[in-house]
Design a protein around this ligand. Structure first.
Ligand SMILES: *Cc1c(COP(=O)(O)O)cnc(C)c1O
Length: 403
């Protein structure tokens, strides 16, 4: 990057600034045009001043701007902002959440290594372990997320990685991140947390002892349902060196346009997450009082068995909840079919409230036993609570509940 054209304005002064400030200012770059918003650098390659300059860049571990599979200023701006929010030294943006998780696994695992993961995980993450990494001699064991003993018992001499999503989808359970970090490090393994549901606005796993954070930026980081993307965040040695070396070869690269969307998404992340939490809390309390509802899974309810643990590692309870209606699949489908405003779509973390029936959609490919073990009953409904007025969300859900 030639210093007179591109500068990273403000990071040096940001230091210990608050999250809200980092969200709008960290990673901000300004070109010689002095634009106040962020430019999108849609360029596959960048020019060299001389043959010697080109040769120098090609020899660097992490070069300046050269070719957008290696480095792109807009992508780097998003990475720097996300790293600041997560409190990590370095982030690498990827084309999707799944490519972020794949990049992490390929970075830290070798043939013969073993992973311990929480039983409830994103379907494609499980497929990555069971169908893809298994081809290369990487094995795994799944355990109940909330049972620290089970994690410990599952650790083998060749265990290199402990992996969990916290909270989980769709039953909203959490892992004890501090406890798991201590356990991982005792056994010379790394702890990775998929921070998709909380985002750094509500939970900063690195500060709790995790080594790596993974993201599907597709969800709350964009928060507006526009683009697919992901990222991993951690130390310079692990992310900036080891993962970066792989990334430039594998080419799981995020495009500049997507990076710009996510960078702008981060600017409103703290205020959006606060509102998602406020609406979800009100909706969870209202649902709990409905006669047709058997139970509600939401960490903000004192009835949630992990409410106290959540308070020690999250600063908010999140925007996603699930609840079971009385009457199984038929009753659940009735609620889903009756909504007129809420979107019937599988995405989550959008400004708009979305509703799904996990047992027959996102978790439809699990066996009955796997679903039962994960707590996904036929009557369970997942709601990603959006930014509409909560009274309107309630009114829409009421339609199918009151029949
Ligand atoms: C969506 C999601 C992913 C995968 O992200 P993509 O962007 O769809 O590839 C991974 N983990 C969790 C928890 C998710 O919700």
């Amino acid at each position: 990057m030639s210093e007179d054209c591109q500068s990273s304005d403000s990071d040096s002064q940001l230091g210990s600034a608050h999250l809200e400030t980092q969200a709008v200012r960290a990673g901000k770059r300004t070109t010689h045009e002095r634009e106040h918003s962020d430019a999108i650098m849609l360029s596959s390659s960048f020019m060299f001043d001389s043959a010697e300059d080109a040769s120098g860049l090609f020899q660097q571990g992490e070069p300046g701007n050269m070719y957008s599979r290696f480095n792109n200023p807009t992508v780097r701006a998003f990475e720097d902002r996300l790293a600041a929010l997560e409190g990590g030294e370095r982030a690498i943006a990827t084309a999707s959440g799944m490519s972020a998780i794949t990049l992490l696994m390929l970075t830290v695992l070798e043939s013969g290594d073993h992973v311990v993961a929480a039983k409830t995980m994103f379907g494609s993450t499980l497929t990555l372990l069971s169908k893809v990494l298994s081809k290369f001699g990487i094995t795994y064991t799944v355990v109940d997320i909330d049972c620290l003993d089970a994690w410990e018992k599952a650790i083998q001499p060749n265990t290199r990685l402990l992996f969990l999503e916290s909270p989980t989808n769709p039953c909203i359970s959490i892992g004890d991140i501090r406890g798991l970090s201590a356990l991982a490090h005792q056994h010379n393994a790394l702890l990775a947390v998929d921070n998709c549901f909380c985002t750094p606005a509500l939970q900063r796993p690195l500060a709790l002892g995790a080594d790596v954070v993974t993201h599907s930026a597709t969800k709350f980081l964009d928060g507006q349902g526009r683009a697919i993307g992901g990222a991993i965040v951690g130390s310079q040695a692990l992310i900036g060196e080891q993962a970066y070396t792989l990334q430039r070869t594998l080419g799981f690269t995020m495009g500049a346009f997507e990076a710009w969307i996510f960078q702008k998404g981060l600017e409103t992340l703290p205020i959006r997450m606060a509102k998602h939490c406020e609406n979800a809390q009100a909706l969870a309390e209202w649902l709990s009082a409905q006669p047709a509802v058997n139970y509600v899974n939401y960490l903000g309810l004192t009835s949630h068995p992990q409410h106290e643990l959540a308070k020690t590692q999250q600063s908010g309870f999140g925007g996603v909840l699930s609840f079971e209606v009385n009457g199984g699949r038929e009753a659940a489908w009735q609620v889903i079919d009756a909504v007129e405003m809420i979107s019937r779509t599988a995405n989550l973390g959008d400004t708009r409230t979305t509703i799904t029936h996990p047992a027959t959609t996102t978790h439809g490919r699990l066996t009955d036993e796997q679903r039962a073990a994960a707590g996904i009953s036929e009557g369970l409904i997942r709601v990603s609570v959006g930014l509409e007025h909560v009274d309107d969300i309630q009114q829409d859900l009421q339609k199918g509940l009151s029949i």
